[in-house]
Design a protein around this ligand. Structure first.
Ligand SMILES: [Zn+2]
Length: 204
């Protein structure tokens, strides 16, 4: 889809944003998502790199994934909307897209990762009540799952590692009781995110 970017240098330029990207056909796209260069555009006037968020669908047939990626600006509209596309799951914002693709890449269950984040974030917010803290899954390394915490200290990222056994315990809980209160409240239609619990004001 054709879009226009207006740069602060007063250059406006046209870009072509794909409506969907297939990660099996274009494996480089996964690397671009992970290093933050996915769908970034250079201004022909001044060379500034723009990373606008546009809606895009990520398909990953070998992982049975159809991921509808919405811009953060459409969060409220998503909550108000009635239904999602068949077979797809949704994320809101490019950082959530990158995180979800890392979760799927590593063969993990998204709702269990979001549940672990909920426990960790609840604890972090007790310790740092004035901070707006977010937490992002990075990768599995040996018997540890690595997460990054943003917002505890200005401009710093804290690394948190969760033992595999804790993931496994929660995964078993999920398999036994997928509709428990916590797992249900992490999900709004096909959108699974700790944000559904941490930002309840958006749901009004
Ligand atoms: Zn420019």
């Amino acid at each position: 889809m054709k879009r226009k970017i207006a740069c602060i240098c007063e250059t406006a330029f046209d870009i072509d944003v794909p409506e969907s990207v297939d990660l099996d056909e274009t494996p480089d796209a996964l690397n671009e998502v992970m290093d933050g260069t996915f769908l970034s555009y250079t201004c022909p006037g001044c060379g500034k790199i723009h990373k606008p968020e546009f809606p895009v669908t990520i398909v990953w047939p070998s992982k049975s994934l159809i991921l509808e990626v919405l811009p953060e600006t459409e969060r409220g509209a998503y909550y108000r909307r009635k239904k999602d596309g068949p077979g797809s799951s949704a994320v809101i914002s490019f950082p959530e897209m990158a995180e979800r693709l890392a979760v799927i890449r590593d063969g993990l269950e998204p709702v269990v990762i979001e549940a672990l984040k909920y426990y960790m974030l609840s604890k972090a917010q007790q310790n740092y009540p004035d901070r707006e803290i977010s937490m992002w899954y990075q990768k599995k390394e040996g018997d540890l799952l690595e997460f990054h915490l943003h917002g505890i200290r200005e401009g710093e990222v804290a690394v948190s590692r969760i033992p595999w056994a804790l993931y496994e315990k929660n995964f078993q809980d999920y398999k036994k009781n997928p509709r428990s209160e916590l797992f249900s409240s992490l999900r709004i239609r096909s959108y699974i995110s700790v944000q559904n619990l941490m930002r309840p004001e958006e749901l009004m």
